[in-house]
Design a protein around this ligand. Structure first.
Ligand SMILES: [Zn+2]
Length: 260
């Protein structure tokens, strides 16, 4: 257990999940791991499904944000406005977002702030940065609070020498330690993209079991991090952004956006 009384790292550690249209059996696999250990997480959703609806039964553990796809050919919509309208209709309670593919621009983020209740963005990826903090980004439409993150499962696969010891990465961080996993990579325990490409979006649970990687990978990293966090206080993204009380910062509501 890497924490100590002087550095309760659980309080600045957050798990996030980019759902990326994962099948329900992958979502359920990840949700069960989190529920079993009582570890909180923030899910950035691309779609709605029965498994995702079931996440709403655990409001103490799970926070739901959006994962809008602004890339060409998006099934969320053909314009940024349409994408945001689609995603916020799926998750009306969302306070936070991470864009799919990390697509972003100041104009796009200003549109988010002006047209939605999203006050927190988690689309800044700074791999293994040790001194991350919450920052406020002044935009024409108002202030957007940004929560950067330092680790993502697929980025680790692209390293010449992947290090799946994510609990030690969290312990080395001096600031925020926000992690991004994809449910399908946790399910497949991916160490590279091969199994994911073979499974495809329509792959069944049985096929996923056959393709599951043995050894270190995204799944073993996820479980190791959960075990390190069990009994600690993993934060949801809104808690990192707004503080435990979630009040006093004036973001996350449409009315404050309009007043800004
Ligand atoms: Zn994505």
């Amino acid at each position: 257990m890497p924490s100590d009384a002087a550095r309760p790292w659980g309080v600045r550690t957050a798990l996030t999940l980019d759902v990326d249209w994962a099948p329900d059996h992958a979502i359920e696999h990840v949700a069960e791991l989190l529920i079993e250990r009582g570890v909180a997480a923030t899910w950035f959703l691309t779609h709605m499904s029965p498994a995702i609806e079931r996440l709403r039964r655990w409001p103490g553990l799970f926070e739901l944000g959006i994962h809008p796809n602004f890339l060409p050919g998006s099934t969320h919509g053909s314009t940024p406005e349409a994408v945001l309208a689609h995603c916020t209709a799926l998750v009306p309670e969302a306070q936070s977002m991470r864009s799919h593919g990390l697509v972003q621009s100041s104009r796009l983020l200003s549109l988010v702030r002006a047209s939605t209740a999203i006050g927190i963005d988690a689309s800044l990826f700074l791999p293994r940065a040790r001194h991350l903090q919450v920052i406020d980004y002044p935009l024409e439409s108002g202030m957007l609070r940004r929560v950067p993150y330092l680790w993502e499962d697929d980025a680790e696969m692209y390293r010449p020498l992947p290090d799946w010891g994510v609990a030690s990465i969290a312990a080395r961080a001096c600031g925020l330690a926000v992690f991004c996993f994809h449910p399908i990579h946790v399910l497949l325990n991916s160490a590279d993209m091969a199994a994911y490409r073979r499974l495809g979006v329509a792959g069944t649970a049985a096929q996923a079991r056959q393709l599951r990687h043995h050894g270190d990978g995204a799944g073993s990293a996820f479980i190791a991090l959960l075990d390190a966090l069990a009994g600690e206080r993993a934060a949801k993204i809104s808690e990192l952004a707004l503080g435990p009380a979630g009040a006093g910062f004036g973001v996350g509501t449409r009315s404050t956006a309009a007043a800004a």
